[in-house]
Design a protein around this ligand. Structure first.
Ligand SMILES: CC(=O)N[C@H]1[C@@H](OP(=O)(O)OP(=O)(O)OC[C@H]2O[C@@H](n3ccc(=O)[nH]c3=O)[C@H](O)[C@@H]2O)O[C@H](CO)[C@@H](O)[C@@H]1O
Ligand SMILES: C=C(OP(=O)(O)O)C(=O)O
Length: 429
């Protein structure tokens, strides 16, 4: 398994291009199952999760073509993928393909909506909590599906197609909202989703579905209304920028000091995180096509945060923010409200000298003057990158093991950081 070596202590200066969002690209790719025509997605990041999902879609019979790089395009320019589900041969998504990635479970919705049946292994994904799928299944049942769990698979069926209904989520669920949307667009009649997730990735999926001919109103608000249509067509759609990658590099700059422009991204995708970053003493300037992040000479102020669904502080940036707070002046309290077990990075940050204690769903971080490099273990995607951030500021060498987690969600991580002056390299093992 590959290892990453970082020698810390270098400020970051330069430009970091932000990739398309993993968490938008995955549901968009899955939406290709809703039509027999071609869905062309551009700005798709080159990530292990994208490759895994292509395998899953391929298993259903979806053809894909990755459009070649145009002259002058860099690897970070994002790839264009054409997906055509004109000949779906199998509505089963097997365990060995689905178990590594949470989002793959969402194929259940378009398969059910278009073919009346789906047999999908219960999902895996980052080990950050129990992560049940009860609300996703509730949404499908509300639209008339019958569902049974058989041998680790959710088996969903509908006799005469899905019918519109009122889906009331008792808690905000991103995956639940994606699934409800993809099922409702081909259901007979009107569907209302109450307490819908407002995440930008939901808005991006709704925008793409609308381009495909779906009738959707209210995406980005807690109430989404969908008027089902009998068929959807192909479309072209560009994946929105990755707000979690954006926030991660912004926090890396806040941690090391320096001056970096994050390109091809938008401040409105992560206002709450950028506002918090500004209160830590980091200068954050929205630009036309990006965000400039600077911290020169000043220390890092300690700030408390609570994770919340969008537009709140994203749970997917909690670990990175905790890494930043390990070197703040004073105490910071970090409350995690979305996932009950998303503190796996605490013990690894401690190896670098961080002082953190857990009090239920709160991590209390006492900022320290300096971190010292050490071997650490990546435990999940965002936890892994929090170790990169800490390693960039630690004295001496940090060695990060199990980096396959990072490859699920960060395109060209080492290359992007090296170009800004970081000393980071991958050892292929
Ligand atoms: C691929 C992708 O986009 N993953 C993101 C998605 O995950 P994901 O869609 O899995 O997260 P959800 O928004 O569904 O989860 C929110 C909360 O609802 C709970 N829940 C969810 C579904 C359900 O049926 N029952 C239930 O109890 C979860 O355990 C969690 O406590 O949103 C999370 C919250 O922003 C992010 O951290 C993940 O990066
Ligand atoms: C938790 C994440 O991914 P997944 O939902 O696929 O586990 C993530 O993107 O941070």
């Amino acid at each position: 398994m590959d290892r990453i070596h970082i020698v810390g202590g270098k400020p970051l200066h330069g430009i970091i291009p932000i990739s398309g969002a993993k968490n938008a690209a995955l549901p968009l790719m899955i939406a290709s199952l809703l039509t027999g025509e071609t869905l062309e997605l551009s700005n798709v990041p080159r990530l292990a999760d994208v490759a895994s999902l292509l395998r899953i879609l391929g298993n259903h019979g979806v053809d894909h073509m990755v459009v070649g790089k145009r002259p002058g395009q860099t690897t970070e320019a994002g790839q264009t993928i054409r997906l055509t589900a004109s000949n779906v041969i199998d509505t089963t998504a097997p365990y060995d393909l689905v178990s590594t990635m949470r989002a793959s479970f969402w194929v259940i919705a378009p398969l059910l909506a278009r073919f009346g049946e789906a047999r999908v292994s219960l999902p895996g994904g980052c080990a950050i909590g129990t992560r049940p799928v009860d609300l996703l299944l509730m949404a499908l049942e509300t639209l008339g599906a019958t569902i049974e769990i058989d041998g680790g698979y959710a088996v969903a069926r509908t006799k005469n197609g899905l019918r519109g209904g009122e889906i009331k989520f008792p808690k905000v669920t991103v995956g639940g909202t994606h699934v409800a949307l993809m099922a409702a667009v081909l259901a007979h009649g009107t569907t209302v989703i109450e307490n819908a997730a407002r995440e930008p990735e939901v808005v991006d999926l709704a925008a793409c579905l609308s381009r495909m001919g779906a009738r959707i109103e209210g995406a980005g608000t807690p109430r989404i209304e969908i008027e089902g249509v009998s068929r959807l067509s192909g479309a072209r759609h560009a994946v929105l920028p990755d707000r979690i990658e954006t926030g991660t590099y912004a926090m890396a700059v806040a941690m090391t000091g320096g001056d970096v422009t994050l390109e091809n991204t938008r401040a409105d995708l992560l206002h709450s995180a950028l506002d918090i970053l500004a209160t830590t003493g980091t200068e954050v300037t929205p630009l036309d096509d990006g965000i400039r992040v600077r911290r020169n000479g000043h220390g890092i102020a300690a700030v408390d945060i609570t994770t919340d669904p969008f537009p709140g502080f994203p749970t997917d940036l909690q670990a990175q923010f905790m890494a930043l707070m390990t070197r703040a002046k004073g105490q910071s309290r970090i409350r995690e409200t979305i996932f009950e077990n998303r503190f796996m990075h605490v013990q690894e940050l401690a190896r670098l000298g961080a002082k953190i204690r857990l009090e239920g769903d709160v991590a209390v971080v006492e900022g320290v003057e300096r971190l010292k490099g050490a071997p650490v273990m990546a435990t999940d995607l965002r936890a892994s990158v929090s170790l990169v951030i800490a390693g960039l500021a630690a004295e001496g060498e940090t060695q990060i093991n199990r980096v396959y987690h990072l490859d699920r969600g960060f395109e060209a991580l080492e290359a992007k950081l090296v170009r800004c002056g970081a000393e980071i390299r991958r050892e292929r093992v």
